[in-house]
Design a protein around this ligand. Structure first.
Ligand code: SF4
Length: 193
């Protein structure tokens, strides 16, 4: 399906330097199914894509879910020594780029890595980023992007950390991003997931 433009979708474009709250669908404190390692998964509320067969339809309504302080998320990360990083999922994370950029900065300062799922393709995000500095900033900070809508016709249980074959694993930098992408490739080649 055609992804909606961010401009149609009530993007969080607040001008505050640090958005203190985030609209959340929920968190999973320790996940091994949303990227390599043990990860804190932050599920954002609100999604404009409405992919048929979506597993999280309760996340679509941007007025659903609940507000959560960014600090609360950082504390969840700090309090668990098993965690190696954070994964943003949804919902559509790129509707709330400013608080996610703040979280990403903090996780990096704590030595962790950041994965972000999106229903947009990278190409579409790059177009949006030309007009939206907050989206551009978040794209420049995250380590790994898993892009594209869930397409039920391309659904597969044979690819790790993705729901459909059109979704791509994209390293956003040569350091942590490349290491995460390489690890996912190794898991895929082993076929034990
Ligand atoms: S992008 Fe993700 S959360 Fe949004 S409708 Fe598609 S599968 Fe569901």
């Amino acid at each position: 399906m055609k992804p909606a433009d961010l401009g149609e979708a009530n993007v969080n474009t607040g001008k505050a330097a640090c958005a203190a709250k985030i609209r959340m669908a929920g968190v999973v404190p320790e996940s091994v199914t949303d990227g390599p390692g043990v990860r804190l998964v932050v599920f954002l509320q609100g999604c404009p894509h409405h992919c048929p067969g979506c597993h999280n339809p309760e996340t679509h309504d941007p007025s659903g879910g609940r507000d959560m302080a960014v600090q609360e998320i950082l504390s969840l990360y700090d309090d668990d020594p098993l965690l190696s990083g954070v994964t943003f999922s949804g919902g559509e994370p790129f509707l709330q780029p400013e608080p996610l950029a703040d979280i990403t900065d903090y996780i990096h300062s704590a030595g962790g890595d950041v994965i972000c799922y999106t229903g947009f393709t990278l190409d579409k995000l790059q177009v949006i980023a030309r007009e939206n500095a907050s989206v551009d900033a978040l794209m420049g900070k995250i380590d790994l992007l898993i892009d594209g809508p869930f397409l039920i016709g391309e659904r597969s249980l044979d690819i790790p950390f993705r729901g459909s074959r059109n979704q791509r694993v994209i390293a956003m930098n040569e350091g942590k991003g490349k290491r995460l992408a390489d690890e996912i490739k190794r898991v895929e080649n082993r076929g034990t997931f």
